[in-house]
Design a protein around this ligand. Structure first.
Ligand code: AMP
Ligand code: FE
Ligand code: FE
Ligand code: ZN
Length: 283
């Protein structure tokens, strides 16, 4: 049994199509998976269909970028109805905010002397939404940077010279939206919150739990064993279920493999059963 509950397709900033990603998952030996594209559920139906063909257990998923300072807060949703009208409607707004931001990033890059157009970035996006990893790819292809990471470090990272913020859903609305569609809301990769200390992290998680959060992503590609232990304790003390995944983005994030992340990730089977139970309890 190999489980991976966090991965991206060409519908957001991964490099495999939803069906291609499922075939890749099969080849990597996954038996249970969820597709968690940023701010879109476009790929879910296609991935589910291919998962059925490949004999892989599948859960719908998505990853919402919520409003938060100083780091980033991503809320994962699992097991929801991807045809839910309120969910789709709100995600359309989220995508509009992205579409309003992207030309501003182009402008900033142009002012910094980078020759690049939006259609060039759209061309590498694989037809899904356009995000900063696609800008990074073009910067690399044009020789402005050697690696994708350098594109973020020099230009695109939060606070960087070509960074432009976009409107986001609040954490509370993100959670409510997922739950109203019949899904389970989970806080992704808690390290990326950049919480000042343990107490601050506890306060954030408590507030989210009060708003309806049901799970914590304790197993993640770059977690050291002590991080995982810390987050497992945090989940337990807040009555949250435990999830985990690689955050696979295909070649947009080299060095990360499905199921095992950077090599040491191992998501316990219990994560799957707990999610399934919570999803079928229909909140
Ligand atoms: P966007 O949703 O367009 O703002 O892009 C966010 C995505 O960019 C994240 O999901 C990551 O895949 C990537 N990303 C954001 N910040 C960084 C960073 N500092 N270094 C590398 N990748 C990043
Ligand atoms: Fe991403
Ligand atoms: Fe994320
Ligand atoms: Zn992700």
């Amino acid at each position: 049994m190999t489980i991976d509950l966090h991965m991206h397709s060409t519908c957001s900033d991964g490099t495999f199509t939803p069906a291609g990603l499922v075939r890749e998952a099969k080849a990597a030996g996954l038996t249970h998976m969820a597709l968690t594209d940023h701010d879109t559920v476009e790929g879910v139906a296609g991935a589910r269909e291919e998962a059925r063909r490949q004999g892989i257990a599948f859960l719908s998923g998505l990853e919402i970028s919520a409003e938060y300072q100083p780091g980033t807060m991503h809320i994962l949703g699992y097991g929801f109805d991807e045809t839910s009208a309120p969910l789709l409607e709100r995600l359309t707004s989220v995508q509009r905010w992205r579409d309003e931001r992207n030309p501003k990033i182009v402008e900033k890059l142009n002012r910094l002397g980078v020759v690049l157009t939006l259609p060039e970035v759209e061309a590498v996006s694989g037809g899904g939404l356009v995000g900063r990893p696609h800008f990074a790819k073009v910067l690399m292809d044009k020789g402005y940077v050697k690696t994708r990471q350098e594109a973020f470090d020099r230009y695109l990272a939060k606070g960087g010279p070509a960074y432009v913020d976009k409107a986001r859903l609040s954490p509370e609305e993100s959670i409510a939206l997922i739950r109203a569609a019949g899904g389970v809301a989970v806080l992704a990769h808690p390290l990326q919150l950049q919480a000042a200390d343990e107490e601050a992290l506890q306060a954030i998680v408590q507030a989210l739990a009060k708003a309806g959060l049901q799970g914590l992503e304790c197993h993640y590609r770059n977690h050291a064993p002590e991080d995982t232990r810390r987050f497992l304790a945090l989940a337990k003390s807040n009555g949250l279920l435990v999830t985990g995944g690689s955050d696979f983005h295909g070649t947009n994030r080299p060095g990360i493999r499905l199921g095992v992340g950077e090599g040491t990730l191992q998501v316990p089977m219990e994560c799957w059963s707990a999610l399934e139970r919570a999803a079928s309890a229909r909140n």
